[in-house]
Design a protein around this ligand. Structure first.
Ligand code: ADP
Ligand code: MG
Length: 629
C-alpha cells in the first residue's frame, strides 16, 4: 500500500505534537470529542431534510471504549463520517485556518509548546498520547468504509475497511509510559470520565462509556464484585443554556461554588443570552468576597470561553476589563472558532464585541445593585472597591465613564458610605467644592482640626482612607461641575468678601512673625501663615502644590522610597486663638528665643495632629515640661 505524505504545514504540526513536551496532553480528548460532535451535528442537520437518515435526535451519541490489554482508547461517533477522499483531505492537511496560522507562527518557536493548550489544535492532538492512530470511517450514504492509519510524521495509508453504519472510530494506540511521562492514565476509565466531565461536559450529545462499579456479592455480607455498566458521562445541557425560568437560585449557587471552588455566595448572578450579529450566552457571577490572592500578582482574571459547548479555555482574560477582574463566569458563543490562538484572540472581532457587551452589562448590574440593593453593594464595595479605584487611577481616569458613578466614600456627617452624586445632591447652596480629607482611619479624620471649620459651614467631607484615594482625587479633579478640594490644602472658599479682607490685613501684619518662625523651623516648612481653616485648634499643617502630606506618607511606605517626592509643608496658625496672641506678644517684645521655641512646639503639635511622628520626641517633651515650670 502506497504511503502518502502529509502536507508540509501538517507535518510541522504533527512533529510538534509528537515531540511535544507539553504537559497538558489531556486536551486531545476534548479535540476528538468535539470533532465527533461536529460530525453528528452535520448528520443531524441533514436528517432534518433527508428522510434517508434513519436516526432521530436521541439516537446520536459518542462512545468511548478502552482496551487496556491492547492499549487502545477509541472515540466512536455515528455522525456523518468521511469518504476516502475526505479522509485524505481532512486528515492529511490542516483544514482550518486557525491551525494553519498556528503552524506558521510556530515554525521557529517550537519550544513554545505551552500555547498548545490555549486553543484547539484539532485532530493531530491525538499524537500527543498515541504512537499510532487509526481512523475507521464510513461516510453517510456510502457502503464502503475506509481505514486511515498513521504512526506519525512519515506519512499515512488509507485502505478499505468494514463498518456497519455511517460514523467514525478514532482508535488511539496509547504510548507506553516512560519514567518521565505517564500515558497509562488514559487507559483508566475513571480518569477518562473525569476528562470528559472537565472539558466536554456540555457537549449536546451523550458521551457514553463503560464504567466499573462495585457491589456486594449476592448472598454475601462482606464480599464485593465489580461490574461494568455503560453510562452517559456528560450532563449535556449547560446551565447557561437553560432558560432562566428553569433555574433555581440554588442551582446558580451550586454551579458557582463547584465551578470556581468558591465558599461564598455570589452577590449577583448575571445570566445573559444575547442574540444579534454576535450571539452568545454568558453566566457571570459577582462574588461577595475577594479571592485570597485577588490583590496580588498571582491572581489571574478571565472567563471560561466555550464555543458551542466545547471549552476553548479556562480563563480568557480578553473578556474582562481590569476593573471588573473579580467577575467569574462562562461565555459560550457559536460564533467563535474552536481553533483560535491566544494571539488571534486579541484581534478577534467577535470576542471584542462580546467583551464590550459584557463590560456594559456588568456596569449596569453593579449600578442596579447600588440603587436597589444597597447593603449588598456595600458588601461588594468592601471586597472590590479598591480594585475599581485602582483601575480608575491606573488608566488616568480613562475608565471614568464606567466607574465614577460606582465609587463610594465615607462621609463625615454620619460616617456612612455615599456616592459622589449623593454627596453633591446634599450640598447646601453656596458650597463651591467637594471637600475631602485623607488619613489613616475615619476615627482619626474626625479629629482633624481642619475639619471643624468646613463642618461648621454645614458642608460635608469625604473621608479617604485608602492609599490610592488622594491620587485618584487628583486625577478625577472634579465631579461634574464641582472640584475636589482637600481640607488640608489650598483655598477652601469658605470666607465672605469682608472676612477675606480682614484676614488679608491680619496676615499682612503678621508677616514678620511668620518669617521669624519659619527661620526658627529651619527648612521644615515652606511657609508659615495665617489659617482660614481653623476654629478651635491653634495650629495645623497643610501643603502647597500637588503633593499632600498623606500622599507623601503613601509614597514613603513604598519600596525604594529614598527619593520619593515630599510635600511642601505649610504651618498654619489660628489668628483667633490665645496662642496666637502669646506669639505676637513675644515677637513684639523682641524675645526671638521664645518665638523660636513656640514655633518648634507648635510645629510638633501640628505633626502629631496630622498623624506624623515628631522629629525629636525628647526635645518636644522637654519643651512641654519647660512650659509647665
Ligand atoms: P477542525 O475540527 O477544526 O476542522 P480537526 O483537525 O479537528 O480540525 O479536524 C479536521 C477535519 O477532519 C474536520 O474538519 C473534519 O472534516 C474531519 N474530521 C475529524 N474528525 C472527524 C469525525 N469524527 N467525523 C467526521 N469528520 C471528522
Ligand atoms: Mg476539531
Amino acid at each position: 500500500m502506497a504511503k502518502k505524505q502529509f502536507k508540509t504545514e501538517s507535518k510541522r504540526m504533527l512533529d510538534l505534537m509528537i515531540h511535544s513536551i507539553y504537559t497538558n496532553r489531556e486536551i486531545f480528548l476534548r479535540e476528538l470529542i468535539s470533532n465527533a460532535s461536529d460530525a453528528i451535528d452535520k448528520l443531524y442537520f441533514r436528517s432534518l431534510t433527508d428522510d434517508g437518515v434513519a436516526l432521530g435526535r436521541d439516537d446520536f451519541r459518542i462512545d468511548l471504549s478502552i482496551d487496556k490489554e491492547k492499549r487502545l482508547l477509541t472515540v466512536s461517533d455515528n455522525g456523518v463520517g468521511m469518504t476516502e477522499e475526505e479522509l485524505d483531505k481532512n486528515l492529511g492537511t490542516i483544514a482550518k485556518s486557525g491551525s494553519r496560522q498556528f503552524s506558521e507562527e510556530n515554525e521557529t518557536a517550537k519550544s513554545d509548546v505551552d500555547i498548545i493548550g490555549q486553543f484547539g489544535v484539532g485532530f493531530y492532538a491525538a499524537f500527543m498520547v498515541a504512537d499510532r492512530v487509526e481512523v475507521v470511517s464510513r461516510a453517510y450514504g456510502e457502503a464502503q468504509a475506509h481505514r486511515w492509519q498513521s504512526a506519525g510524521a512519515d506519512g499515512y495509508t488509507i485502505s478499505d475497511a468494514e463498518r456497519g453504519a455511517a460514523g467514525t472510530d478514532v482508535i488511539l494506540h496509547i504510548r507506553e509510559s516512560t519514567p518521565e511521562t505517564d500515558y497509562d492514565e488514559f487507559l483508566e476509565s475513571c480518569r477518562v470520565e473525569a476528562l470528559v466531565k472537565k472539558y466536554s461536559d456540555y457537549i449536546r450529545y451523550p458521551i457514553r462509556m463503560a464504567l466499573e462499579h462495585s457491589r456486594k456479592k449476592e448472598g454475601s455480607e462482606d464480599e464485593y464484585e465489580t461490574y461494568t455498566e455503560v453510562e452517559t458521562v456528560n450532563s449535556m445541557v449547560p446551565l447557561w443554556k437553560k432558560a432562566k425560568s428553569e433555574i433555581a437560585e440554588a442551582d446558580y449557587e451550586k454551579f458557582y461554588q463547584e465551578r470556581f471552588h468558591a465558599y461564598d455566595k455570589p452577590l449577583r448572578v448575571i445570566h445573559q443570552k444575547a442574540e444579534g450579529t454576535t450571539s452568545y450566552q454568558a453566566l457571570l457571577f459577582i462574588p461577595e468576597k475577594a479571592d485570597y490572592n485577588y490583590y496580588s500578582k498571582t491572581y489571574e482574571k478571565g472567563l471560561a470561553l466555550y464555543s458551542s459547548g466545547v471549552k476553548i479555555m479556562d480563563k480568557c482574560a480578553e473578556l474582562l476589563p481590569d476593573c471588573f477582574s473579580f467577575v467569574k463566569g462562562v461565555v459560550d458563543s457559536e460564533d467563535l472558532s474552536l481553533n483560535i490562538s491566544r494571539e488571534m484572540l486579541q484581534q478577534d472581532h467577535q470576542l471584542k464585541v462580546i467583551a464590550r457587551a459584557l463590560e456594559k452589562k456588568i456596569k449596569k448590574e453593579l449600578a442596579d445593585m447600588l440603587e436597589k440593593d444597597r447593603d449588598k453593594y456595600e458588601l461588594f464595595w468592601k471586597s472590590f472597591g479598591l480594585q475599581l479605584k485602582y483601575a480608575l487611577y491606573s488608566t488616568f481616569g480613562g475608565e471614568r465613564e464606567l466607574l465614577e458613578d460606582l465609587l463610594l466614600f465615607t462621609r463625615a456627617s454620619d460616617s456612612k458610605l455615599c456616592t459622589l452624586q449623593e454627596y453633591c445632591g446634599a450640598m447646601p447652596e453656596g458650597q463651591k467644592y467637594i471637600y475631602y480629607a485623607a488619613g489613616e482611619s475615619v476615627e482619626k479624620l474626625h479629629m482633624l482640626p481642619q475639619a471643624e471649620t468646613v463642618r461648621d459651614h454645614g458642608y460635608d467631607i469625604l473621608f479617604l482612607t485608602d492609599d490610592v484615594d488622594e491620587f485618584l482625587m487628583q486625577i478625577l479633579h472634579a465631579h461634574g461641575e464641582k472640584e475636589f478640594r482637600s481640607i488640608s490644602g489650598g483655598d477652601l472658599g469658605l470666607e465672605s468678601e469682608s472676612e477675606k479682607k480682614e484676614h488679608e490685613e491680619k496676615a499682612e501684619a503678621g508677616k514678620p512673625l511668620f518669617e521669624a518662625m519659619q527661620k526658627a523651623l529651619d527648612g521644615k516648612v515652606g511657609e508659615v501663615k495665617l489659617s482660614t481653616r481653623l476654629k478651635t485648634h491653634p495650629v495645623c499643617l497643610s501643603s502647597k502644590g500637588a503633593m499632600s502630606i498623606e500622599m507623601e506618607k503613601v509614597l514613603a511606605a513604598m519600596p525604594n522610597a529614598e527619593n520619593a517626592p515630599k510635600a511642601e509643608r505649610v504651618l498654619e496658625l489660628n489668628g483667633e486663638h490665645p496662642v496666637y496672641a502669646a506669639l505676637t506678644a513675644a515677637f513684639e517684645a523682641g524675645d526671638t528665643q521664645k518665638v523660636g521655641e513656640y514655633a518648634k512646639l507648635l510645629y510638633d503639635q501640628a505633626c502629631l495632629l496630622e498623624g506624623l511622628s515628631v522629629d525629636d520626641p525628647v526635645a518636644f517633651s522637654e519643651a512641654v515640661c519647660k512650659l509647665m515650670q
